[in-house]
Design a protein around this ligand. Structure first.
Ligand SMILES: Cc1cc2nc3c(=O)[nH]c(=O)nc-3n(C[C@H](O)[C@H](O)[C@H](O)COP(=O)(O)OP(=O)(O)OC[C@H]3O[C@@H](n4cnc5c(N)ncnc54)[C@H](O)[C@@H]3O)c2cc1C
Length: 467
């Protein structure tokens, strides 16, 4: 079971609760209400937290009312975007959940090539809306992830090498602060807050809307290529050189996986452990780019790379990873993958503990790697990959085994890592790990936290403690 933030249960002032309910356009849900269990269900079924109140906000006014209520009544608060967070940091026992999921509007401005996105929208909402105009902003590999959490943590995805991280395309954010004030943060207004929001997670307030820069995406040629596991050392050694020298138009994340025993996967591959790369190419010479890859090891065992729309690519794995599975993951940034690390990868890939467990290496070079380190709170611009090993299963009986595998795999590779991890792919692992993720940026973040949230109202997150 994942650890949870434990604080003593508050005694709620019933008059104040009634006043909050009256002030909101959305619903305020309490444990005795019929929709309570549904409202406290998030993506990771391993998380079972019981909030005292869930404020399903309909608009910014509701968010302001909820923040003021939490502060004035000294009740711990969690903020829910898409609810995809591994350790379940969008929920809190005995506290108030500010649930943004009904605030999911997206307005595309095709002339200025921007999208204004509400704080509870999912990636599928964003990519669907922008694709209608032939535009895209980079973020994610699954459509059900929340724009809020993924962006505030950084935002890796299929288009990272082409267009950067999600935060590299963030132009502005509207934020409700701990004192209830509504502010806009961009390069000119509240620039310190804007810097901190780009990687600092949900520490600084509730983001009610994001403004993203959009890019034309006339061509997308993408999908997975898989090779047998017994060739994985060879494939990984080739991949580490190839991708770091590839043009920015080509992104490809490396994975170990088990082929699902369902159509449309070829029956002869069902249940086989394999390695693969999920490619995304946005240039205009796909045959030239992919021909040598296909030739290198002979034709891949599975080759689904072809023309595809951006929303289709971003929802390609939704069916394999629906809400309601058990999830446990650990991560690290990686600057190189020496042969000794390749051997460890191969060893643990052979022991994938369940059919859905996996390991991904997401490139963070290309455009993302050229953004100056001090431009945003994201600390690892010089790393080449975000690495994550993930135990996933629909069956809680698998938890112990898959958690052991994830921890052992991570421990074996940690000495070869850059030290810290991507905060969006961590469990609750303590202050040392949070500090390792922010490295030299931690003190600057702590000072900004001290200015905007001195009492640490927003502490259900990978917490930066106010200086
Ligand atoms: C299936 C799956 C696929 C994933 N794929 C990717 C991927 O491709 N790339 C990647 O970078 N990450 C990926 N992730 C990790 C993902 O970025 C994190 O899980 C992230 O926390 C999800 O954000 P959310 O809004 O869905 O989560 P939530 O659980 O709702 O929130 C996560 C954290 O962000 C805070 N937060 C969310 N919205 C707001 C807001 N509007 N204002 C203030 N704080 C907010 C919450 O308080 C919480 O601390 C994936 C996760 C899963 C489970």
């Amino acid at each position: 079971m994942a650890t949870t933030t434990v604080e003593s249960a508050p005694t709620l002032d019933e008059t104040a609760v009634q006043a909050l309910a009256a002030a909101m356009r959305g619903n305020l849900i309490q444990p005795s209400d019929p929709g309570y269990d549904e409202a406290r269900t998030i993506y990771n079924a391993m998380i079972d937290k019981h909030p005292a109140l869930i404020a399903q906000c309909a608009n910014v006014a509701d968010v302001i009312a909820a923040v003021n209520f939490a502060r004035d009544n000294d009740i711990i608060v969690a903020v829910r975007g898409g609810g995809h967070n591994g350790p379940g940091l969008s929920l809190v026992d005995d506290g108030l959940v500010i649930d943004l999921s009904a605030m999911n509007g997206v307005r595309v401005d095709p002339v200025n090539r921007t999208a204004r996105v509400e704080g509870g929208a999912l990636l599928g909402d964003l990519h669907h809306a922008t694709n209608a105009f032939g535009l895209a902003t980079p973020s994610g590999i699954i459509s059900t992830t929340g724009v809020g959490g993924i962006t505030l943590g950084g935002g890796l995805g299929h288009l990272t090498r082409q267009m950067g991280l999600a935060i590299d395309n963030l132009l502005e954010a509207d934020v409700v602060l701990a004192d209830g004030r509504f502010v806009t943060a961009n390069e000119k207004e509240n620039a310190d807050l804007f810097w901190a929001l780009r990687g600092g997670g949900g520490n600084f307030g509730v983001v009610t809307s994001f403004l993203f820069k959009l890019h034309p995406i006339p061509n997308l040629y993408a999908g997975p290529m898989l090779w047998p596991l017994d060739r994985s050392a060879e494939v990984l050694r080739w991949y580490r050189e190839f991708i770091t020298n590839a043009p920015d138009e080509l992104n490809g994340f490396f994975a170990f996986l088990t082929v699902p025993a369902v159509s449309p996967f070829p029956e002869e591959l069902w249940n086989q452990k394999m390695c693969g790369v999920v490619w995304a190419y946005t240039g205009d010479t796909p045959e030239e780019v992919f021909a040598p890859i296909r030739a290198e090891f002979g034709p891949p065992a599975l080759d689904w790379v072809g023309p595809i729309s951006h929303p289709a690519l971003n929802s390609m794995f939704d069916g394999i990873y629906p809400a309601g599975d058990q999830w446990y993951w650990k991560a690290d940034f990686v600057t190189e993958i020496p042969d000794a690390a390749v051997d460890i990868h191969v060893q643990y890939a052979a022991q994938l503990p369940t059919g859905k467990s996996t390991m991904h290496l997401y490139p963070i070079d290309g455009v993302a790697g050229r953004v100056p380190k001090d431009a945003t709170a994201w600390n690892y611009r010089d790393a080449k990959w975000g690495m994550v090993m993930v135990g996933v299963s629909p069956d809680p009986a698998d938890n112990e085994h898959m958690i052991d595998w994830t921890r052992a795999y991570w421990s074996a590779l940690h000495p070869y890592s850059a030290g810290g991890a991507y905060i969006n792919m961590m469990m609750e692992e303590g202050q040392d790990r949070v500090r390792a993720s922010y490295g030299e940026h931690y003190d600057r973040l702590a000072a900004i936290k001290g200015k905007y949230d001195p009492d640490n109202l927003f502490r259900v997150n990978q917490n930066i403690q106010p200086a």
